[in-house]
Design a protein around this ligand. Structure first.
Ligand code: HEC
Ligand code: HEC
Ligand code: HEC
Length: 132
């Protein structure tokens, strides 16, 4: 009978946790990737957008911009939603996001424009549309 020590069990458990952490979708190419929480999409028709936050922060910071390119300070503090999306009527929020995202892509000449649906709604992303 092999002797199973507590230390051995802890070691295996740590390896398991590290493996899960490495495989988690937030760590795509070691960049911080976030999903968009406002608005909540009840009946998705497209794959969920996975937003590469680190890359975008690096871009604005390289141009002496800051978080205010995408976030507002409100009476309740820093808003993690995109700009004024919460202030839009519910049925206008997706259109508002489409414009907020692609205006900068057009102006900067980087990132997908509105006709490049699959650059944002990538098929390889979590296929939320299939979990209707
Ligand atoms: C180019 C746009 C952009 C810039 C610049 C930006 N963010 Fe974000 N940020 C987003 C988007 C999009 C989300 C997801 C919005 C949502 O959940 O609805 C987000 C979400 C967040 C969240 C919530 C994270 C989570 O896990 O959901 C935090 C915290 C945050 N941003 C902080 C910052 C800070 C601090 C800066 C400046 C250093 C910054 N952001 C710059 C677009 C941006
Ligand atoms: C302030 C300007 C700005 C805003 C606002 C912005 N982007 Fe971008 N985006 C960029 C730039 C610049 C790139 C190219 C980054 C690079 O290649 O390093 C980019 C690249 C991308 C890409 C290409 C793939 C990738 O991850 O590099 C996607 C997808 C994308 N943006 C999605 C979004 C979405 C979704 C939003 C709105 C929530 C958004 N962007 C808002 C500037 C912006
Ligand atoms: C610059 C990135 C970007 C591009 C390009 C883009 N979208 Fe979106 N779209 C978003 C974001 C961000 C959301 C809201 C968050 C989410 O759906 O994960 C969204 C939401 C949606 C939704 C509502 C949610 C759903 O799954 O039903 C539809 C429909 C949609 N987009 C269709 C399109 C179509 C069609 C195109 C091409 C003509 C397109 N989008 C191009 C970023 C983009």
């Amino acid at each position: 009978m092999p002797h199973i020590t507590l230390r051995g069990v802890c070691f295996c458990y740590c390896i398991l946790l590290i493996t899960i952490a490495l495989l988690s979708p937030r760590q795509v190419n070691c960049q911080e990737v976030v999903t968009i929480k406002v608005p909540t999409i009840d009946k998705p028709t497209m794959p969920q957008v996975l937003f590469n936050h680190d890359k975008h922060v690096a871009f604005v910071e390289a141009r002496e911009g800051d978080c205010s390119r995408c976030h507002r300070m409100t009476s309740e503090g820093f808003s993690t939603a995109v700009l004024d999306v919460r202030l839009q009527k519910e049925d206008r929020q997706v259109t508002y996001l489409h414009t907020a995202c692609t205006d900068c892509h057009k102006a900067s000449g980087h990132g997908p424009t509105i006709t490049e649906c699959r650059a944002c709604h990538a098929k390889g992303n979590v296929l939320r549309a299939m979990n209707k």
